[in-house]
Ligand binder design. Sequence first.
Ligand code: ARG
Length: 544
Amino acid sequence: MSSLLSQLTERVQAATGIDPEMRPATKPQFGHFQSNVALRLAKGEGRPPRELAAELAERIDVADLCEPLEVAGPGFLNFRLKSGVLAAAASELLADPHTGITQTEHPQTVVIDYSAPNVAKPMHVGNLRSTIIGDCFHRVLAARGDTVIAQNHIGDWGTQFGMLVEYILDEGVDAAGLDLDGSVALYKQAQERFKADEAFADAARRRVVALQGGDPRTMEIWQTLIEVSKAGFNEAYARLGVLLTDDDLAGESLYNAMLADVADDLARRGIAVVDDGALCVFLEGQDAPLIVRKSDGGFGYAATDLAAIRYRTTQLGAQRIIYVVGMPQTHHFAQVFAVSRLAGYLPETVSAEHVAFGSVLGTDGKMLRTRAGKTVTLQSLLDEAEEVAARPIAMAAVKYADLSNQLQKDYVFDAERMTATTGDTGPYLQYAHARATQILRRAEAEGYAWERITVLDEPAEQALALQLSRFGEVVETVAADLQPHKLCTYLFELATAMSTFYEQCPVLKADGAVRSSRLALCATVKKVLATGLDLLGIQAPDQM
Ligand code: ARG
């Protein structure tokens, strides 16, 4: 179902040959949409704009959708949708199992790389943002019919594990008895010792070799460390209520066995060359190469991402790959994508997008730090939100704050402000949903029934129906450009239109067809709010 706006746009474009740039009308007396198409055309044709506008008003074929077009001011065209058309469009949402979200004709296999915390390190604010944003993309793309493959690229491989395993063995620590925090503390101690104790550092280096060589005792402890961290990650995921499961884990270690082959392949085809002992890919216009294999023979973060891309396009059948990773890795992904294109690991038919997000700031506008000056953990942030509100509300607050700004921008973590039930917040939307639910419950108790939206005489009713009819289009936009703040803005505007409607239009006190139509309007708002919030990963409780 194409939206009313896109239908109108198409019709006007057919009559004029140019994009009419339809805008929402600024006042109810201007109808629902306005276009300056006549003004723009008149300039080129050297004609009085109002005269051209009047001619277009006759010629544009929208009689089935709109009241007769009106010319306003210097030559604007005003479009007023017929209330029957609006009512039908909004009513359709109530019956549609997809709530107006168009099912894509060309479903894609989409890999989303998100969350990606590191084993034996605390989950931090960046992991929180990635988890929340990735979860939203997952839900939005799945809702339009894409096949989503979540890939949780956890940091579970690298030389640090040699050091950690050596420390555990040396100190006789029971690794299985650790939790995530415990393993983080141990990691710090191991680092201290590595710096201070030369014999230990040597043993740790030998342990790296044992790990890479698959030594059973070393592998067993490494595996235990992963299990310990996984339990900690899963606790956070459960608290956040995100879709990630153990099936989505595809950590760096998965690609370990593929790295040598990637290096050989790139070297053999002359894409990578040895420079100062390291295997490098030099890209045009860039000073620093991408290092595939370090001069000591080890592979780094970039090599792993090359192998991962190749795996995702060839083994997982990805047609679109989305990386939800913080802004500081912008250069890394630009390089990885460029090299992957060059090598054919990323064919032209597959898109790769790095969705970079900004930092979370404290109320002082500076990077979040604990009093001791350390980076703030995910856990402590969620604790802070839950101090102010119950869990479903606190999570709504955190997620909405994260998603409602442009992702690239930093945002201020202000627990008080984001849990408020007024203003542009998650809890405000939950409250709007609960309010609609309450009205419907009361109506049921009174024995009132509703089915379709049939009467839309009041401007507030029309504005609400119009806003409802836009839902599918907004979801489609977010699926395409991966900007969740557009869905947030839409839902906030819907809740605002709903509250104007309550002020101006009695529901339970109305009679007959008007009452049942207004109840159907409330039911549709409830459904769209619940569906939209779900796409943001936010629960919509019936009561608050
Ligand atoms: N573990 C990394 C970090 O914490 C993020 C990994 C992102 N994904 C990727 N394919 N590189 O910075």
